[in-house]
Design a protein around this ligand. Structure first.
Ligand code: ZN
Length: 406
């Protein structure tokens, strides 16, 4: 492979040129973490003491959100993105809703927190899609309260005006989201859907969302989104765990992306979504780490397949190439020139060595299904991870320092 200006100019099979660098093991395209919230990383391994539910977990998450300021958010996001890079992620989709200061008071620059996330991604060596999420209420017929005020703009027009001030560049794209049908009223959804770019939304993660949406609107969340013009090929729905047959069919017919976050759905006891059926219906699959209970996108792919096996009692529900496709879904984040090792594509590479304890003896074609072992990560031709070490140094120390502060 030869690279110029961050893109492949030659991809060939043969004897390497003199002076070429040789990457170890199997070399894959860089991975895309299509859905995550960097600040949730501070919750890992801290929410299991009293069991609890999705909703009590959410209270803990709010407590972290309450404490963050631009400095601590920068440090936490930078370390979190660096941890993802160690696992082969080259594009991060940050589903961003922690917009404002305490009490919901906007910062002098209302996009201060967005700027912090962009800086964090740059310093961690990952490309970013900043998915700015509209968040207007606490739930169906429930007003905003407490830390939720930090998530909310005055109304959907104020959200749209703030997002219009965000500019894309070579390492950052802008996408829009409705946080969920819980947090965005039906009448505001068309304004969010009018955004010119990728659209994201949390969908039917918990049965309670479906029940409340039906009670409040007479429609399922999927039907409500579809009626609002929200669903199409540029749309990514996140989770899609609890779908009725009509919702499943609609997502397939619209050709939308479905982003499963299997380790989060497992951790929060959400359930196992119908991912094989969605793919068969025409939806395209992506994967996200969501709450960062693990920072391992290949692990998400294995959890996707494992969930299918456990519910269907069949092996091989997704082939290794299908799983690899799901970990390289950069397109769902608006990056159409990333995700393949081919001339003209951006030069993102992940080298998986085959001489380590986790990978020794495996069939290279099935590397996705072996324990994640990453030696080298290259993004846009630049080395971000080498010998399993991030250019920022000791990522564990970076995480310990900032989580300790929080
Ligand atoms: Zn999420």
């Amino acid at each position: 492979m030869e690279v110029a200006d961050g893109a492949f100019t030659t991809v060939d099979i043969g004897v390497p040129a003199a002076g070429a660098s040789i990457l170890p093991g199997v070399v894959l395209p860089g991975f895309a973490d299509v859905h995550g919230h960097a600040f949730h990383r501070a919750l890992r391994g801290r929410t299991h003491d009293d069991g609890g539910t999705f909703w009590t977990w959410r209270e803990r998450m709010y407590a972290v959100a309450e404490r963050l300021d631009p400095d601590t958010y920068l440090a936490l996001a930078r370390a979190t993105y660096a941890e993802l890079a160690l696992a082969g992620v080259t594009t991060v989709g940050e589903f961003h809703y922690l917009h404002h200061g305490p009490g919901g008071v906007p910062y002098d620059d209302p996009n201060t927190m967005a700027a912090v996330l962009r800086q964090a991604a740059d310093e961690a060596g990952v490309r970013l899609t900043l998915i700015d999420a509209c968040y207007l209420r606490g739930g169906f017929e429930v007003p905003l309260a407490g830390v939720q005020l930090r998530f909310a703009d005055r109304d959907v027009d104020a959200w749209a005006a703030r997002v219009a001030d965000l500019n894309a560049d070579d390492s950052c794209r802008i996408a829009a989201a409705a946080h969920s049908v819980r947090a965005v009223p039906a009448e505001a959804l068309p304004t969010v859907a009018a955004f010119d770019g990728p659209l994201h939304v949390h969908l039917s993660e918990q049965p309670a969302e479906n029940d409340e949406c039906l009670a409040a609107t007479g429609r399922t969340p999927t039907r409500l989104l579809d009626d609002s013009g929200f669903l199409g090929p540029r749309t990514t729905v996140v989770h899609a765990t609890h779908l009725d047959p009509e919702a499943l069919r609609t997502l397939g017919e619209r050709g939308s992306w479905v982003c499963a976050c299997p380790t989060t759905e497992r951790d929060l006891a959400d359930g196992i979504g119908p991912m094989r059926a969605l793919a068969d219906a025409g939806a395209r699959l992506a994967l996200g780490t969501d709450q960062h209970v693990y920072a391992d996108l290949l692990g998400e792919a294995r959890a996707l397949e494992d969930g299918e096996r456990l519910t269907s009692l069949q092996r091989g529900r997704f082939s290794p190439p299908e799983l690899l496709g799901a970990v390289t879904a950069h397109e769902a984040l608006g990056w159409h020139d990333v995700g393949a090792i081919a001339v003209g594509r951006r030069a993102d590479l992940v080298a998986v060595p085959l001489d380590r304890s986790g990978t020794a003896g495996i069939d290279p074609a099935q590397v996705v299904l072996a324990p994640t072992t990453v030696d080298t990560v290259i993004r846009d031709g630049d080395v971000v991870v080498s010998g399993g070490r991030h250019v920022l140094g000791d990522v564990g120390r970076l995480l310990v320092d900032v989580i300790g502060t929080l």
